[in-house]
Design a protein. Structure first.
Ligand code: GLC
Ligand code: CA
Length: 552
């Protein structure tokens, strides 16, 4: 196994709008991030993934970019960005940026130009179709609900948008688009950044035949719009032209991928990307959608999926280990138990062990390390997310308000976007002004100040866990081996490398159960979420043992 810095690194994701506001306008910003760099480094992170900070009209909070070479005014200036990069590097932190090149904003100059007329030189930068019988060219839907085609009067035609109508898709078949993207990537690398997280990168190549055949309610939208015929061609070109020239890391956001796809996108010998985000384990909380039901992620399914990714990629490609991001609810509210402070703490720590003792690069989303839970907003007025609002409008006549509030309280993207909880003062120390989105009521109990003061906090547990990972090569590179594969309560596995073995045992549930029958002679407990010992496995108990020269 070849050692690489990005395999041994820990990534901390920042959603700048909600992280830290330095000037009281209620919006997080770059100076806010600069003021918290020590906090991030002390946790044990090595890399910051910065969600988009480029100029944007913010229909989708920066995922709609109007200028790739400028910083969003609310976040600061290019000189703030340079200061952030320099200070981060001084502290040993690298920074990766979000590369959003499946689409731009409608306010990007390319789009403003291209919609002027059919013969505009930029027309080919985007994807246009003539109406069919006065309608959309086909039934393709957008990920954010409604048709994926938007009518434009100027030239009586429709443009494609897989996301919001303010996010028109770029036409990667046009060599000029590709070239422009490669050049902007180079310019960011030349400014000194350390890599990219690539937004919906497996959707840049379109399969127009599939689009034409798509039937709403019948076909899988994710599969229809992902992994198009030229996806690998484009990424190999990007790698050869740009990525291979720099020592940087790349992680693709790729919905609807199998492990076979992953081997193609990220295989060590493929020269495409270093890692990807698979979402196979991320929607297991979906219950019966006809009733908008949400369930706790079932152990059996989670275990089967994570084990498949661990086994299939070992030695061939590299996994990303994550539960949270800016699009997903909070881990403790989804896989864990946020019903009491005790269960919240124990389940948060257990879930950290369960995931981050595996093989792959850990990703931690802001607030995850202090056990932030969903804000459970009580009014639709509190929501800001475009997807949530679109869904609400679509569903409001079909479902009653309590059902909708319950569903969004569990699944809205805003669950990740409530402001970071720094302390127990007004607005959780996030801003001195009026926050752009409501602070969660839990901030009095759950906040960084409290976490730093308590040596048994979730924060300190993460710190210890991340340190432990780096102390043992077996935790970085060892092979995963699942045991007790059908146990209804326990998730347990070995990691093995040469003569080093680590054993991970997690009680996924709150009921106290018997310790499984495993050989613990020569075992040294190196991590546990309870301070005292027991012959049983207590509520959400997690243990990690180092088994010295174990012989089987
Ligand atoms: C990705 C981003 C999400 C964004 C979408 C469109 O899924 O993570 O926040 O809305 O792409 O860019
Ligand atoms: Ca601000």
């Amino acid at each position: 196994m070849e050692r690489k810095w990005w395999k041994e690194a820990v990534v901390y994701e920042i959603y700048p709008r909600s992280f830290m506001d330095s000037n009281g306008d209620g919006i997080g910003d770059l100076q806010g991030i600069i003021s918290k760099l020590d906090y991030i480094r002390d946790l044990g992170a090595d890399v910051i993934w910065l969600c988009p900070v480029y100029k944007s009209p913010n229909y989708d909070n920066g995922y709609d970019i109007s200028d790739y070479e400028d910083i969003m005014a609310e976040f600061g200036t290019m000189s703030d960005f340079e200061e952030l990069l320099t200070k981060a590097h001084e502290k040993g932190l690298r920074i990766i940026m979000d590369l959003v090149v499946n689409h731009t904003s409608i306010e990007h100059p390319w789009f403003i130009e291209n919609r002027k007329s059919k013969d505009n030189p930029y027309r080919d930068y985007y994807i246009w179709r003539d109406p069919v019988d006065g309608h959309e060219p086909n039934q393709l839907e957008s990920v954010f609900e409604g048709p994926a085609w938007e009518y434009d009067e100027t030239a009586d035609s429709y443009y494609l948008h897989l996301y919001a109508k303010q996010q028109p898709d770029l036409n990667w078949e046009n060599p000029k688009v590709k070239e422009a993207v490669f050049q902007l990537m180079e310019r960011w690398f030349d400014r000194g950044i350390d890599g990219f997280r690539m937004d919906v990168i497996n959707q840049i190549s379109k399969d127009y035949e599939l689009f034409d055949q798509y039937v709403p309610g019948k076909d899988d939208l994710g599969r229809t719009i992902s992994n198009g015929p030229k996806a690998h061609v484009y990424l190999q070109e990007m790698n050869e032209r740009v990525l291979s020239k720099y020592d940087v890391m790349t992680v693709g956001e790729t919905g609807s991928v199998t492990t076979e796809d992953a081997k193609k996108y990220t295989g060590f010998d493929r020269h495409e990307l270093n890692m990807l985000f698979s979402f196979e384990h991320m929607s297991l909380d979906k219950g019966d959608m006809s009733r908008l039901e949400v369930i706790r992620v079932p152990l059996g399914q989670l275990r089967a999926i994570l084990s498949k990714w661990q086994n299939e990629l070992h030695g061939i490609a590299w996994n990303s280990l994550f539960y949270e991001n800016h699009d997903r609810p909070r881990l403790v509210s989804k896989y864990g138990d946020d019903t009491t402070p005790f269960y919240l703490e124990k389940s948060a720590k257990m879930l950290a062990v369960l995931m981050y003792m595996m093989e792959g690069t850990p990703y931690i989303y802001q607030g995850q390390e202090i056990g932030m839970k969903n804000p459970y907003y009580q009014s639709m007025e509190d929501y800001r997310d475009i997807h949530t609002i679109n869904r609400y409008n679509l569903w409001k006549d079909q479902f009653d308000l309590p059902t909708l509030l319950h569903f969004f309280g569990k699944r809205s993207r805003d669950n990740a976007r409530s402001p970071m909880q720094w302390d127990d003062t007004e607005n959780a120390g996030f801003t001195t002004g009026k926050p752009w989105i409501k602070v969660a009521d839990s901030y009095k109990e759950i906040n960084v100040k409290q976490a730093l003061a308590d040596e048994n906090s979730i924060y300190h547990f993460y710190q210890k866990l991340l340190k432990t990972r780096k102390q043992y090569d077996v935790l970085l590179y060892g092979k995963y081996e699942l045991i007790l594969e059908n146990d209804p309560n326990i998730y347990a596995y070995y990691r093995k490398l040469d003569d080093e073995t680590v054993l991970v045992i997690c009680n996924y549930n709150k009921e106290e159960i018997a310790m499984p029958d495993v050989d613990l002679s020569h075992a040294k407990l190196i991590l546990s979420n309870y301070e005292d010992q027991s012959d049983t496995l207590r509520a959400y108990e997690a243990r990690v043992y180092f088994l010295n020269k174990q012989r089987s």
